[in-house]
Every structure is written in structure tokens, then in C-alpha cells.
Write a protein that binds this ligand. Structure first.
Ligand code: C5P
Length: 313
């Protein structure tokens, strides 16, 4: 039986700017996405038993057809019916390390890994761009998870332009185990609260898009300047998530007080990350956070930027 194991890295948002509403009901975004070392491991294996079989090391993760990883395999079955006829079943085993409801794209990373794994298992010969087109049907940040690295993401988040690698930065992630944030809730609350600020004419829309695209963050990345990157971290969704969840604000405040280079919530939260120049600074910051909060519900990780997405192991 053929089998592939894949590493599925999490992402953080170094920048998340909301332009306004799109006709499809989503938000038009300008984001800088960055892959990090924290990763799930996804193993995909041919089985004689027909159908898609999903298991996960974390029993809280849905193991049925609502899981994005299941949907990815199902999409491949539907799109390649001739190949599917010659195949039997597949089993997908997820070793979960990335927390859920965290703003780290854990589910999207697993989904991207299954697309890459199915392509290998069935010898489909899909290009990265073909995989990313399929990925966009399943969710906005799944195309990024396929290729990973550092990228400018626009549109719903699915249009990607590569940016220079920033593999020299380290970070600490902090998340309360029992505090997930729903992404649809965050965007809907943003629209309800700040929708009156959205551009109402095509010209105003384009002008705002251009303004966000010429942010200082993109200059800092082009210059590969860690201090400037740390200084220009930005996330519009903090405007709705932090007032609703004071615990998340408290993590951010502590990171700042302990002298992190820069700190920000990732995506729709609830993870907060803090950038550090060296691995030992990151380890030191993690220890300071552990003793300041002394809370078994608070999870902390030390990791670093990485320059690739899904990797075959
Ligand atoms: O695409 P994905 O399934 O990750 O999006 C989850 C939810 O986040 C969407 O249903 C939508 O409410 C919100 N969203 C949005 N605009 C985007 C991406 C996501 O409003 N560009």
C-alpha cells in the first residue's frame, strides 16, 4: 500500500488589512502571510476499503465529512472520476499539533496537505498553481498553505504574490486552550461595527486597496528589516476581537511589557504572537509568560519563520 507523510505548517498574519465588502459576501483583504515551524503531520495511505477514512490524534477535531481534510480528498474524487474508478479508498491520519480556533490556519494546512498527498498517491501530476486553484474552492487561506513561505495575499486571501523569505525570525505563540474564536464571527462583527467605513464607490475601493498595498510592512519585508517588520505588524480584526476577549488583550499587553520586538494577534485569533531576534530570546520570553500567568489553560510555543509550505517527509 502506498503512503505519504506530509508536514503541514501553521501560518501567522504579519499584516491583515480589510478593504471592504465583496459582491460574493466575503471581505476584500490585503494580508502578509508567513509560514511557521509549528506543524501538523498528515499521513495519507491507499486502502482496500473504499471511501475516505479520517482519524485525528485530537478527539476534539471532527473526524467526518465536515473536516476540511476530508473535503479535500472528496474534491479530488469528484474532479478525477476516471482515476477514482481505478482506485479504492484512502485513509488520512492527522497528528495534530496546531491548535483549533487559533487564527493559525491549522485546518487549512491539513486540507492543503491532503490535496498534495492525493496528487502524489494518484500520480495526478498537478502543478502548484492547479493545486492552489482547487484549494481556493475549499477556503480562503488554503492556497497559501500549499506553497507557504512569505506571501502577499489579496482578494479573499487566495491571490498570492511571493515576498522575500524571512527565515531568520523567531517567535512565541500564546493561546488559551479553551478560547477559540470563530472566523465568521470576527468578520461579521467587523462588518457590523465598522461597515460604515467601507468604501462605497469603485474608485474609493481601489484607492483603499492601493493604500493598504503600499503599507510600511511591505517596505520592511522588501528590506528584510526585522525591526521595521516588528514595528509595522497590523491586524484589523484586533479591533473587534480584543474588546470582546480581554484575556487576549492581556497576553498582548504582557508580551509588550516583557519587551518583545513586536506583538500581534494572528488572523481572527485567539493566538497572540511575539517576534524575537534569537531562539534564546524567544525561550526566555516564553518562561517569563509562563511564570507571569501561571495558568495551566495557557499554551505557549517557541517556533520560527519557515520558507516553505507543505513538505513531503
Ligand atoms: O474562506 P474561509 O472558509 O476560511 O472563511 C471563513 C469565514 O471568514 C467566511 O465564511 C467569512 O465569514 C469570513 N471571511 C471573509 N472574508 C474573507 C475570508 C473570510 O469575510 N476574505
Amino acid at each position: 500500500m502506498r503512503s505519504y507523510s506530509l508536514l503541514a505548517p501553521a501560518k501567522i498574519n504579519l499584516y491583515l488589512g480589510i478593504v471592504g465588502d465583496r459582491p460574493d459576501g466575503f471581505h476584500e483583504l490585503v494580508m502578509v502571510l508567513q509560514s511557521i515551524g509549528l506543524a501538523d503531520r498528515v499521513t495519507i495511505t491507499e486502502t482496500t476499503q473504499p471511501g475516505i477514512h479520517l482519524t485525528c490524534s485530537d478527539s476534539e477535531v471532527p473526524q467526518d465529512d465536515t473536516n476540511l481534510a476530508y473535503k479535500a480528498a472528496d474534491l479530488i474524487y469528484q474532479r478525477f472520476p476516471e482515476v477514482a474508478k481505478r482506485q479504492s479508498g484512502v485513509s488520512i491520519a492527522i497528528d495534530k499539533q496546531i491548535p483549533m480556533g487559533a487564527g493559525l490556519a491549522g485546518g487549512s494546512a491539513d486540507c492543503a496537505a491532503v490535496l498534495v498527498g492525493m496528487d502524489l498517491l494518484w500520480d495526478l501530476g498537478l502543478t502548484q498553481s492547479e493545486l492552489q486553484t482547487l484549494a481556493a474552492e475549499l477556503g480562503s487561506d488554503i492556497p497559501f498553505c500549499v506553497g507557504g513561505g512569505t506571501a502577499l495575499a489579496t482578494g479573499r486571501g487566495e491571490l498570492l504574490d511571493p515576498l522575500p523569505d524571512l527565515d531568520n525570525l523567531h517567535l512565541v505563540l500564546a493561546k488559551y486552550r479553551d478560547l477559540p474564536v470563530s472566523t465568521p464571527w470576527a468578520y461579521q462583527t467587523f462588518r457590523r461595527t465598522f461597515g460604515t467605513e467601507y468604501p462605497t464607490t469603485p474608485d474609493a475601493f481601489i484607492a483603499k486597496q492601493q493604500a493598504l498595498r503600499s503599507s510600511q510592512m511591505l517596505r520592511a519585508i522588501a528590506d528584510r528589516n526585522p525591526d521595521a517588520i516588528a514595528q509595522h505588524l497590523y491586524n484589523d480584526l484586533e479591533r473587534v476581537v480584543l474588546p470582546e476577549y480581554p484575556q487576549v488583550q492581556a497576553l498582548r499587553d504582557r508580551f509588550e511589557a516583557f519587551g518583545a520586538m513586536g506583538t500581534m494577534m494572528s488572523g481572527s485569533g485567539s493566538t497572540v504572537f511575539a517576534l524575537c531576534k534569537t531562539a534564546s530570546q524567544a525561550e526566555g520570553l516564553k518562561i517569563q509568560m509562563e511564570s507571569a500567568f501561571n495558568d495551566p489553560d495557557l499554551e505557549l510555543w517557541v517556533t520560527q519563520f519557515r520558507s516553505t509550505g507543505i513538505q513531503i517527509l
